[in-house]
Design a protein around this ligand. Structure first.
Ligand SMILES: NC(=O)c1ccc[n+]([C@@H]2O[C@H](COP(=O)([O-])OP(=O)(O)OC[C@H]3O[C@@H](n4cnc5c(N)ncnc54)[C@H](O)[C@@H]3O)[C@@H](O)[C@H]2O)c1
Ligand SMILES: O=c1ccn([C@@H]2O[C@H](COP(=O)(O)OP(=O)(O)O[C@H]3O[C@H](CO)[C@@H](O)[C@H](O)[C@H]3O)[C@@H](O)[C@H]2O)c(=O)[nH]1
Length: 444
């Protein structure tokens, strides 16, 4: 059955969710305060890089099943189900999440709700937010208790966002057990397609739903920092972290995923979510419960520093004047997102230390140049490595993994490479005369 849906906030999450909901057969309106973004989306253009999304969005904009507006009144008039997907970035003044966008979205929408409506929060928020917002909605909405709010956290990964939206591996729905209202019934209709495929759904209270999201990200971050901490020990002993990760990963209880040692995690989610989780635990008086996340964060940031120091050693002790090619600016492949990107951070630190840094990223250069306008950007990997004293692979795009060490070798001044993602076939590079440095790996 087709529902009338609005998605408020049309960034990485919201634009994908809006197109995904249209693909599932619903009538969708996307709302954002960014007029330029809305103009592009209305033309069927995706304002960021996400594989598969342009085709999906265009198809549904053209069919008329998906449209976009800056006017939230249109959304309130049109839709009965409203998803909230606005940003919750780290506060400038601390570790907590900045809730101004979520609060503004609710304060704009709720007073316009004149008929029974369900609001489903998708943004990642500190535990306790949903209960506060549910009360606020009841207070502001002309329909009062018939405007109901639940929390439906999102688990999509950038680069796989379409697939994760259309075929999630689980659904989580938080409802107020005292006033459950129609939320579950409406959510089950919206997600009928996934539920028909027996996708697991966990229906729980609001606080648990909020905590599921940050716990999942904290667990993933911890897994990455665990293997990176072990990589530090590998470096000190000559052991190989990749073989080690394979070996422990064969144990089903551990699993090989997210044991990729390297430059560590970045992006618009994992770093800020673990910090916001710690900040919230502090507010709740249980800060000790999550002090280990401080270490997770510290191990992660050390990776970037380690690569800068390794680069310094590789070029003979001083970065001043060294020509360094950084392959990668996005925080991960198949994304143009440079938020808290380890690759861009390393490039920026090398630049500040006096190196001549040239960066190439297949999709992330426009965003990267906004953050670091003084960096030098090349239009191709070949352009970036020309005459380089050192090459650093910082984001494991396929284009970089497939580079031919012989061909690249003819362009550089010195055949030295740091594989910041442990993703290159080391033997081939070593056989082609390169000094190869992995992170926590046997080095050539
Ligand atoms: N990016 C992801 O992969 C992902 C995955 C799961 C969860 N999340 C969570 O989803 C939320 C959004 O993340 P994102 O990466 O899409 O952020 P984003 O910055 O790409 O998008 C947020 C959008 O909200 C808009 N906005 C801000 N205030 C608004 C308002 N009052 N009304 C309407 N629109 C408004 C902004 O203009 C922007 O377009 C965050 O809480 C994030 O933690 C993100
Ligand atoms: O073994 C690994 C796996 C990942 N990473 C890094 O970790 C970061 C995050 O990667 P990933 O989790 O794939 O990307 P996101 O798109 O940020 O997705 C995470 O954050 C989203 C927003 O909350 C959640 O919805 C997703 O479930 C969660 O995986 C990236 O910098 C990766 O390079 C590693 O260093 N080693």
């Amino acid at each position: 059955m087709s529902e009338r849906i609005s998605v408020i906030g049309t960034g990485y999450l919201g634009a994908t969710h809006a197109a995904g909901m249209a693909e599932l057969g619903h009538e969708v309106i996307g709302v954002d305060v960014d007029a330029e973004k809305i103009e592009r989306l209305s033309r069927g253009e995706v304002p960021f890089y996400e594989p598969g999304l342009p085709e999906l969005l265009r198809k549904h904009v053209e069919s008329g099943r998906l449209r976009f507006t800056t006017d939230i009144r249109e959304a309130a008039e049109f839709a009965d189900v409203h998803f909230i997907g606005v940003g919750t970035p780290q506060l400038k003044s601390g570790y907590g999440a900045d809730m101004v966008y979520v609060d503004a979205a609710i304060d704009a929408l709720a007073p316009l709700l004149t008929r029974p409506s369900v609001i489903l929060g998708k943004s990642t928020v500190p535990v306790g937010t949903a209960a506060r917002l549910a009360a606020r909605v009841r207070e502001l909405a002309p329909v009062g208790d018939d405007a109901q709010l639940g929390w439906n956290p999102e688990f999509l990964r950038e680069g796989f966002a379409v697939e994760d939206t259309l075929r999630p591996d689980r659904l989580v729905l938080g409802v107020d057990p005292v006033q459950p209202g129609r939320i579950e019934e409406v959510a089950r209709r919206v997600y009928a397609d996934a539920l028909a495929r027996e996708t697991p759904i966990v229906v729980t209270d609001l606080a648990t739903a909020e905590l599921v999201k940050v716990s999942a990200n904290a667990f993933l971050a911890t897994k990455i920092s665990f293997i990176n901490a072990v990589a530090e020990v590998c470096d000190a002993t000559g052991a190989d972290v990749k073989d080690l990760a394979d070996a422990i990963g064969y144990d089903d209880r551990i699993g090989r995923k997210f044991l990729g040692a390297g430059l560590g995690f970045g992006g618009g989610c994992l770093p800020k979510d673990i910090r916001a989780f710690m900040a919230r635990a502090g507010e709740l008086g249980v800060d000790q419960a999550l002090t280990f996340l401080r270490e997770v964060d510290a191990v992660n940031l050390r990776r970037r520093q380690h690569v800068v120091e390794l680069a310094e050693r590789e070029v003979g002790g001083s970065l001043v004047g060294a020509r360094i090619a950084v392959l990668g600016a996005a925080f991960k492949p198949d994304s143009d997102d440079v938020r808290d990107s380890p690759a861009l951070d390393v490039a920026g630190q090398l630049h500040l230390a006096g190196a001549h840094v040239r960066v190439h990223d297949p999709e992330g250069m426009v965003n990267a140049a906004r953050v670091w306008p003084t960096l030098d950007f090349a239009e191709s990997p070949q352009g970036a490595v020309q005459d380089a004293d050192l090459v650093i692979l910082a984001t494991e795009w396929r284009q970089f993994r497939d580079l031919d060490p012989e061909e690249v070798g003819r362009l550089v001044a010195h055949r030295r490479i740091i594989d910041g993602r442990n993703c290159l076939p080391a033997e081939r590079w070593i056989a082609a005369g390169w000094t190869y440095r992995g992170l926590g790996r046997h080095s050539g």
